[in-house]
Design a protein. Structure first.
Length: 589
């Protein structure tokens, strides 16, 4: 029978690793006997061994991972599932959860009773990692029962000895090596982690990191509206920019030219794609991080906000064997999401579906997705012409930007392919004027067009603080419903859940114009947009504002919000002046 070798003691392990001398160990053992403390606590408190080095040595001995708990790495809200008292008793801190597995930092990760108790409390499988008992206790005392306080975190950053404050920041010529020294061992990594984690938690679509005369301003966009997240202490801007560039695999030494980067991260147990864009400004580089959270991609049409009649018409358009279906609206109006919902409906093993996008925002199964690359000459037009030689059934074009792309898309629609595309116009009839202005012949467009969907995104009333109110008669008149005086509508009063805005989440507002025979005849003779609009209304169609007002009457949003997102300045002038072309998606701020 083979005897098991006895495990080495902590002091021996540290000596073997070259982290401790025999003299230091003897001194630490003497201090341990006097104070009755754990040897590990003595070594770290006396500065003989760092906490991270100690935990790594112990973790290697146990054959698991070791961690040092710090803000930005942990979802502090998970502590509520265990409770401060139980977490302190078990010496355990939940770090994050991925599906049904929770990673927990434990002082005794080999303790089966502790793991069983954690599994019982959380209902999750437990993945233990090692942390020092003192580190766990300090973290629980500081953060139990509450989410990370960003202001408190930033206050600690400004007092940290690890941060080198730059009195005068040179935005053009600072060597990359200096930035590396700033970031190495500093809380900059944690600050960026906190910004990303908070943005993911709050459902933000973008993070803006902007240089300011007094330092840095970090804002994020939620439900289409910008909101301030934090203002880091002065002197950190270059280091923050460098850290984000490293994450986005960009060149940190290049500050004179715009750059783009892309990376995938896991936050809150969710896969999030980050698209990073940098641009030089007068005060330094500005970064915008687009967050593409796949869990937020709502591809089911029934949940986008289509009313029953509009949804029926849109589905009928998508069932056509060939033709051009357009989705229009300003930037940020949800056009791509609508197209993805259409692709989700159309994709299948019996269909060859190809997309050309700039960039590919979400990857989907059973779809061949092409990323436009202007730098190497792969434009929308060139990609489209190549796709036509790939025997496609359905083609999706991310955006029609020029005559070349428009012409190839129309030709593809006329030669037996269903083509879905986006376009920047005010409303559905304006899409026809825009394509005519691009040089597409009216007789070709009348034969190719199946229909147009124009859309906006309106903020939804927060369910936590919704209340009744009675709009002013002027508002009712502007919305086209002056007869609704005395009728109660819904709005949000403002609460913590919605950041005191009264809104939480967004819903689509859709105007659908199907290319019926009368509409095609008008397109064939290049009729103005207002004529198309009048004919569509005569056939039972509704405008964007009418669709929005119906949503407000249902209580989904407020009347003022609908007026804000559907107000189109000068639409009649633009529609009548065919030579000037339709507007570029102007929406009142």
């Amino acid at each position: 029978m083979k005897l098991r070798a006895p495990q080495k003691r902590l002091g021996e392990l540290l000596i073997d690793a070259g982290l401790l001398t025999d003299e230091q160990l003897a001194q630490a053992l003497t201090l341990q006997k006097r104070g009755g403390r754990m040897l590990g606590d003595v070594l770290t408190e006396e500065g003989m061994v760092s906490g991270s080095a100690l935990v790594n040595v112990l973790a290697d001995q146990l054959g698991i991972r070791g961690v040092t708990l710090r803000p930005g790495l942990i979802d502090t809200s998970l502590l509520t599932q265990i409770g401060q008292e139980e977490a302190m008793r078990l010496k355990a801190v939940p770090m994050f959860r991925v599906r049904d597995t929770m990673t927990v930092a434990m002082a005794q990760p080999q303790s089966l009773p502790t793991i069983d108790r954690l599994r019982q409390l959380t209902g999750c499988k437990i993945r233990p990692v090692l942390a020092l008992p003192k580190n766990i206790e300090n973290f629980i005392e500081r953060h139990a029962g509450e989410n990370l306080d960003v202001d408190d975190f930033l206050a600690k950053l400004s007092q940290s000895d690890n941060v080198e404050v730059i009195e005068r920041e040179d935005t053009n010529d600072e060597p990359a090596a200096n930035l590396d020294r700033l970031i190495e061992g500093s809380p900059i990594v944690n600050l960026v982690n906190v910004a990303l984690l908070q943005a993911v938690k709050d459902g933000a679509s973008d993070i803006h990191i902007e240089p300011d005369r007094k330092g840095t301003r970090i804002r994020y966009r939620i439900d289409g509206v910008m909101r301030e997240l934090m203002k880091p202490p002065a002197g950190m801007h270059a280091a923050i920019v460098s850290r984000v560039k490293v994450v986005g695999k960009m060149d940190i030494a290049e500050k004179r030219l715009p750059q783009e980067g892309r990376v995938r991260i896991v936050a809150e147990g969710r896969d999030v794609d980050l698209r990073v864009s940098s641009i030089p400004t007068l005060l330094g580089e500005k970064l915008v991080i687009r967050l593409l959270d796949k869990s937020n991609l709502n591809v089911r049409m029934e949940q986008l906000g289509f009313r029953a009649e509009a949804l029926t018409t849109f589905r009928r358009m998508l069932r056509q064997p060939y033709g051009l279906v357009l989705v229009t609206g300003p930037t940020g109006s949800g056009k791509t999401t609508t197209l993805y919902s259409a692709l989700d409906l159309l994709r299948g093993p019996e269909v060859n579906l190809v997309t050309v996008e700039d960039p590919v925002e979400y990857q989907m199964d059973l779809i061949n997705q092409i990323h436009v690359n202007d730098a190497v000459g792969l434009t929308f037009g060139r990609a489209l012409r190549s796709i036509l030689r790939q025997d496609p059934d359905i083609i999706m074009v991310g955006e029609i930007r020029d005559e070349e792309t428009a012409r190839v898309a129309v030709q593809a629609a006329l030669t037996g392919h269903l083509v879905l595309a986006t376009l920047h116009t005010n409303d559905a009839p304006g899409a026809v004027s825009r394509l005519l202005d691009m040089g597409i012949e009216s007789y070709l467009l009348s034969g190719a067009l199946v229909g147009v969907v124009a859309q906006r995104l309106a903020r939804k009333v927060c369910p936590e603080c919704q209340t009744k109110y009675y709009p002013d008669p002027e508002i009712l008149a502007e919305a086209g419903i002056p007869d609704k005086v005395g009728r109660a509508f819904r709005k949000g009063a403002g609460c913590r859940a919605c950041h005191d805005t009264g809104f939480k989440g967004r819903v689509g507002v859709y105007e659908v114009m199907e290319a019926t025979s009368p509409i095609r005849r008008l397109i064939h003779r290049a009729a103005a947009a207002h004529e198309l609009r009048d004919k569509a209304k005569a056939e039972g169609g509704t405008t964007l504002q009418e669709e929005g007002v119906a949503l407000a009457l249902s209580g989904a949003t407020s009347l003022e919000e609908i007026i804000r997102v559907t107000r189109i300045e000068g639409i009649e002038l633009e529609s009548d002046a065919a030579a000037d072309g339709p507007g570029e998606g102007k929406v009142a701020a």
